[in-house]
Design a protein around this ligand. Structure first.
Ligand code: C5P
Length: 220
């Protein structure tokens, strides 16, 4: 059985979606709820692991069995994750990280009366946390990335996953399809997990907690 098979391991899980501020009251965000990452954190803790959950704007409660670090932006997620990953046996990057953030943060609320009919917003690239974790990876650490894609064709989805795996340098990549009614903010999920060589090591579909269990089985 699975009982306590992760005892003695420190597992860091990031979950949720980052929010990149535009002004004191507005942000650019995404529809990630944090459900899949929180399910992985809860399942790992139930199996005996010491779990650090780094939550970005979670829409679901964090389980009491994990140590929660709450963050807002991609840059906050980067520093919290890099700190927690130093002594982690496994890092699961389930968070949806904003690829870009507004170049400037307006000090005051932007007013339409002053702004007029157009609001140009220049975005700059955020650091890629997964890539830097892979580059600084301690010996023996297992690094798991996620690829949320809207591609509908299965073969093309796998191709995207394999390219991402090579680019990111992680050990496992969890590929899932997302869209208006898939992946993000819903209760079920369908994932394909690729290993370093791009070979499929798991294909599973079900509740986010059942998918979490199957992913954690790969750590045994
Ligand atoms: O490149 P893409 O955003 O599709 O990659 C997804 C994976 O990379 C996820 O594991 C996500 O947490 C991670 N990521 C990251 N830093 C970024 C963007 C994505 O760690 N700036």
């Amino acid at each position: 059985g699975r009982s306590q098979d992760l005892a003695g391991r420190h597992i860091v899980v990031t979950a949720g979606g980052t929010r990149e501020p535009i002004d004191p009251v507005r942000f650019i965000g995404n529809r990630s709820s944090g459900k899949q990452g929180v399910a992985i954190a809860a399942a790992a803790a139930a199996r005996g692991a010491r779990v650090t959950l780094i939550g970005a704007n979670l829409e679901v409660p964090a389980p009491a069995s994990v140590a929660l670090v709450s963050v807002g932006t991609a840059e906050e997620l980067a520093s919290a994750t890099q700190a927690a990953a130093k002594d982690a046996d496994v890092v699961v990057m389930a968070a949806a990280v904003a690829d870009y953030r507004p170049e400037r943060l307006a000090a005051e609320k932007i007013k339409k009366e002053q702004q007029g009919d157009e609001l140009p917003l220049r975005l700059v690239k955020n650091p890629d946390i997964l890539v830097s974790l892979a580059q600084a990876k301690p010996a023996g650490q297992l690094l798991i990335g996620f690829a949320a894609e809207t591609e509908r064709d299965d073969a093309k989805l796998l191709e995207l996953g394999r390219a991402k795996l090579a680019r990111k340098g992680c050990d496992l990549l969890v590929v899932n399809r997302v869209g208006w009614d898939e992946g993000f903010a819903v209760d079920g999920n369908t994932v394909t997990v690729l290993d370093r060589h791009g070979d499929i090591v798991l294909e599973t579909s079900g509740s986010k907690s059942s998918v979490a269990g199957r992913i954690l089985d790969l750590l045994r």
